[in-house]
Design a protein around this ligand. Structure first.
Ligand SMILES: [Zn+2]
Length: 261
């Protein structure tokens, strides 16, 4: 759905986000094209993705939804780029060997260290042309939904700030590229399928994510401190609590009958 800036701006006001006098200036800035720049995204060559069995289908229209997932892996404290690359390779291996899919399912992966990786083949090619490389992450919605898998399991604990900061940047860039309204486009996996993904704690952060994304689209600097306040409202065990998924990599229905090309 195309972004109705006026509508979102009104939402911004009603949510008390915009601050008294600046929103019209902000809207002007966004309209003038000073939108979010593309964050650093590590391409498939960098994390040494294996070749897909089949080249991804690219549909010539923007997706309707940006779906937020968790990876259902352990909440590691390893924030290195090497670890992030290993994560992408492990997910791809699981999706191709265990699930027998053509390639890694999601379009993007964000590690707990905040590193962003391209997922399914042709994703960056498609996004840069405002098209959509069809993946496998949300059953019966894959032709109209682009998926971001966030490393960890968030049923009982919140994600680290590094991850949230990168998620804001990536999502804002996608909303800008596709002209999506963040208040309508950003959803959790559980909004579309019968699953607990992306976990209660990450799901609870989605309203905040939408607001941060909208601020960034208006050209305002992202202020990580705002997330910090949000984090502190969680139980003290918070980020450091070692949460483990019941079944690694299994975050809910990812392919449905109406997803076949
Ligand atoms: Zn999911």
């Amino acid at each position: 759905m195309p972004l109705d800036r006026r509508h979102a701006l009104t939402l911004g006001f009603s949510l008390g986000l915009a601050g008294a006098a600046v929103p019209l200036l902000g809207a002007g800035t966004a309209a003038a094209g000073v939108g979010p720049i593309r964050p650093r995204i590590h391409e498939r060559l960098e994390w040494e993705a294996r070749d897909p069995r089949e080249i991804a289908t690219v549909v010539r229209r923007a997706p309707e939804f940006i779906v937020i997932h968790h990876t259902a892996t352990s909440n590691t404290m390893d924030d290195t780029l090497e670890h992030a690359y290993r994560l992408s390779r492990a997910i791809q291996k699981h999706h191709m060997r265990r699930n027998r899919w053509d390639d890694i399912g999601e379009q993007f992966t964000v590690s707990r260290g905040g590193h962003i990786m391209e997922g399914r083949n042709r994703t960056l090619y498609a996004v840069s042309r405002r098209m959509h490389a069809v993946g496998a992450h949300t059953a019966d919605h894959n032709r109209s939904a682009i998926g971001i898998e966030n490393e960890g399991t968030y049923a009982r604990t919140g994600p680290p700030l590094a991850l949230l900061g990168s998620l804001v940047k990536l999502t804002a860039w996608l909303c800008e590229q596709y002209e999506l309204n963040p208040y309508e486009a950003i959803v959790g996996h559980r909004d579309l399928n019968n699953t607990r993904c992306p976990g209660d704690y990450l799901y609870e952060l989605l309203p905040e994510l939408r607001e941060r994304v909208w601020h960034r689209m208006l050209g305002r600097r992202f202020d990580p401190a705002a997330w910090e306040l949000e984090q502190q409202s969680f139980p003290r065990r918070g980020v450091l609590f070692a949460e483990r998924p019941e079944r690694v990599f299994d975050h809910g229905p990812a392919l449905g009958v109406s997803d076949s090309p």
